[in-house]
Design a protein around this ligand. Structure first.
Ligand SMILES: Nc1ncnc2c1ncn2[C@@H]1O[C@H](COP(=O)(O)OP(=O)(O)O)[C@@H](O)[C@H]1O
Ligand SMILES: [Mg+2]
Length: 335
C-alpha cells in the first residue's frame, strides 16, 4: 500500500532535484528505531529515503542529534569509494532536512542478517565475509585523512561510549576502572574511521554478499570496536538459542579470523587483544547498560551478566580464549 511520503522527506527529495513538485508516493519501512525510513517511488524506480529523528523510537527518552545523518552519508560515500557493494550506496544528502537518499536494496533479494540468525540459519561463511569486508573498509579508511572526521567523536561518545560503557560502569562499580580504561581508549583512538553499529540488524544479505547500512555512529576511533560490537551480537545469540550455540560461536570465530587476516594497518595481535577485552564489556552493557538486548529473558540475562563480568574482570588475550570461556561460562553448568 503506497502513501504520500512525509512532507519533510518530499521536501528533501525536491531540494536534491530527485522529485518534482507533484505528490511523492512510497511506503514506510519498519525495522529501524532512529529514523523514518521509506521506499520512495520515483519515476526512474524506487529509492530509499531516511530521515533522522531527534528522539529514538525506544523505551526511555533517548535523544540523538539529527546531524548524525550527515556523518552517515559521509561514511556511506567513503565505503562506496573504498569497496563498492560492501555498504549501501548513497544517492544524495539533504543537510537542511537531514534526509539521506540511498540506493534501493530490494527486500525480495536482501535479507536482514539478524532475521536469518534468529531463525537459526547461522551461515558461517557469511560471518567470514562480513569480517573480510569490514577489515577492507577499516584498512582503506586508515590510509585516508582522519582530521575531517574529528567532530563526529562527540556523537560517538553520546551514542556509544556513554550508553554502553559509562552507564554499565555505574551498574558495576567494582568493574568501573576497567570500563573507564576501555572508554578512554575508544574516546582517544584515531586509527581509522569506525562504522559504530555493525550489528546483524544493520546488515542485509544480498546476491553479492553482506551489505552494511546505518552508519550514524561513524567516528574516528579504534577498529577493534566494530569487530567486538559485531562479534558480541553472535555471542549473545549463542545464549539466546542454546541449540545453535556452537554455530554462533563458530561464526564469531570466523568473523574475527577473516577480519584479523585483513588487518594490514597495525599488528593483528594487539588489535585482537583490544577487541577481545572490549567485547565482554559490550556484552555486559547489553544487559546492564542503556541499550539492553530485547530478546533475552531474565535467566539468559543473568547468564550473560555472570559470563561477561567474569571476562571483564579477567580479560582474555584473544578470540580463542574469549570464545572458549564464553562457552564454558554460559553452559548452564553450576559455576
Ligand atoms: N537502501 C535500502 N533499501 C531497502 N531497505 C532499506 C535500505 N536501507 C534501510 N532499509 C530498511 O530499513 C531498515 C532500517 O534502516 P536503518 O538504516 O538501519 O535505520 P535505523 O537507523 O532506523 O536503524 C533496515 O533494516 C532495512 O530493512
Ligand atoms: Mg538500523
Amino acid at each position: 500500500m503506497t502513501a504520500d511520503v512525509p512532507a519533510e522527506i518530499a521536501a528533501g527529495l525536491r531540494r536534491l532535484g530527485l522529485a518534482g513538485p507533484g505528490p511523492v508516493r512510497g511506503e514506510p519501512l519498519t525495522g529501524g528505531v532512529s529514523s523514518d525510513v521509506w521506499r520512495v517511488d520515483l519515476p526512474d524506480g524506487p529509492v530509499c529515503a531516511k530521515r533522522a529523528l531527534p528522539r529514538l523510537k525506544v523505551e526511555g527518552d533517548w535523544r540523538a542529534p539529527t546531524e548524525r545523518s550527515g556523518w552517515e552519508a559521509r561514511w556511506l560515500a567513503l565505503a562506496a569509494d573504498l569497496l563498492p557493494g560492501a555498504a549501501c550506496r548513497p544517492l544524495g544528502y539533504d543537510a537542511d532536512g537531514h534526509v539521506l537518499v540511498l540506493e534501493w536494496l530490494d527486500p525480495s533479494v536482501h535479507r536482514v542478517w539478524k532475521e536469518r540468525l534468529a531463525a537459526g540459519d547461522v551461515d558461517v561463511p557469511v560471518a567470514a565475509e562480513v569480517g573480510r569486508r569490514l577489515a577492507a573498509l577499516h584498512s582503506g579508511a586508515a590510509r585516508g585523512p582522519l582530521a575531517g572526521w574529528e567532530p563526529a567523536r562527540e556523537l560517538f561518545a553520546t551514542l556509544r561510549i556513554d550508553p554502553y560503557l559509562t552507564a554499565t560502569a555505574r551498574a558495576h562499580p567494582r568493574l568501573a576502572p576497567r570500563f573507564e580504561a576501555l572508554a578512554e581508549g575508544l574516546a582517544t583512538a584515531a586509527i581509522t574511521v569506525v562504522h559504530g553499529d555493525v550489528s546483524p540488524k544493520n546488515i542485509l544479505l544480498g546476491p553479492d554478499g553482506p551489505v552494511l547500512l546505518d552508519a550514524e555512529c561513524a567516528s574516528p576511533g579504534d577498529p577493534a570496536f566494530d569487530l567486538a560490537f559485531c562479534a558480541n551480537h553472535l555471542l549473545l545469540k549463542a545464549v539466546w538459542r542454546p541449540a545453535g550455540r556452537d554455530r554462533y560461536i563458530e561464526a564469531a570465530r570466523a568473523l574475527a579470523a577473516t577480519y584479523l587476516d585483513g588487518a594490514d594497518w597495525e599488528p593483528a595481535n594487539g588489535l585482537e587483544v583490544r577487541a577481545a577485552r572490549l567485547l565482554p564489556a559490550l556484552a555486559l552493557a547489553r544487559v546492564d547498560g542503556l541499550s539492553p538486548v530485547e530478546y533475552l529473558d531474565e535467566d539468559a540475562r543473568r547468564t550473560v551478566r555472570h559470563a561477561a563480568a567474569d571476562l571483564v574482570e579477567r580479560p582474555p588475550d584473544g578470540f580463542a580464549a574469549l570464545t572458549a570461556r564464553w562457552l564454558d561460562l554460559t553452559s548452564g553448568e553450576p559455576a
